[in-house]
Design a protein around this ligand. Structure first.
Ligand code: ADP
Ligand code: ZN
Length: 213
């Protein structure tokens, strides 16, 4: 399947994407993961993205389109892909439309995961992430078996740099201003599936139903 997952930070895009990859071998493409890996590796891309990310601001559209233009051409995308955290602005959505048209590809749909702000805030402040493999934990509802250590790979499980209260509040504002309008954009394209759900299983069920219809 080829999907865009839309939703505020903490809406569960990454969790849903990981569950979907198990269904049909589609790959999860998270621009946030790609950028964090670049920052950790100290590459040119990482240096350009680091300050914006730390503040919870968006990285430039040009940088993101450069990454995605390359990424979508890789072989593993033939099995389908779940775009997690991209596009995030109207210009990115417009550019993606051109990119896909040039590649002769069509998305199945755009899933907008709509979660109340209180739930989001609570999730983000309690979220922890493995710095090696990106696995997501929650100190309250889903802690690693051994504190601070990833169940999957043994890597360090930490709070992200952009998960301070200040950066979180900025990320939510940026989301409302720059990314929320994408719901209207894809509604106009006739591609939007909005799911009001706080459980990832319910989101998966709604996606399955939509794809089967
Ligand atoms: P979340 O969805 O939890 O906010 P991500 O891991 O998707 O976090 O993104 C982390 C950061 O990476 C963002 O706050 C932003 O700085 C940058 N980023 C990721 N994807 C994009 C994108 N498509 N456009 C611009 N910046 C991005
Ligand atoms: Zn790990």
């Amino acid at each position: 399947m080829k999907l865009i997952l839309l939703g505020a930070p903490g809406a569960g895009k990454g969790t849903v994407a990981k569950l979907l990859t198990k269904m049909d071998g589609s790959v999860q493409i998270s621009t946030g993961d790609i950028l964090r890996a670049a920052v950790a590796a100290g590459t040119e891309l990482g240096k350009k993205a680091e300050a914006a990310m730390k503040a919870g601001d968006l990285v430039s559209d040009d940088l993101i389109m450069g990454i995605m233009g390359e990424r979508l051409k890789e072989d593993d995308c033939k099995a389908g892909y779940l775009l997690d955290g991209f596009p995030r602005t109207i210009p990115q959505a417009e550019a993606l439309k051109v990119l896909l048209a040039n590649m002769g590809e069509e998305l199945d749909c755009v899933v907008n995961i709509d979660v109340p702000r209180e739930v989001i805030l609570d999730r983000l402040t309690t979220r922890r992430t493995c710095s090696d493999c990106g696995e997501i934990y929650n100190v309250k509802s889903n802690p690693p078996k051994e504190e601070g250590k990833c169940d999957k790979c043994g890597g360090p499980v930490v709070q992200r740099d952009d998960e301070t209260e200040e950066a979180i509040s900025n990320r939510l504002d940026v989301y409302n201003e720059k990314t929320a309008p994408l719901a209207g954009f894809y509604e106009n394209e006739g591609m939007l599936l909005t799911v009001d759900a706080t459980s990832s299983d319910a989101v998966i069920d709604a996606i399955k139903a939509k794809l089967a219809s």
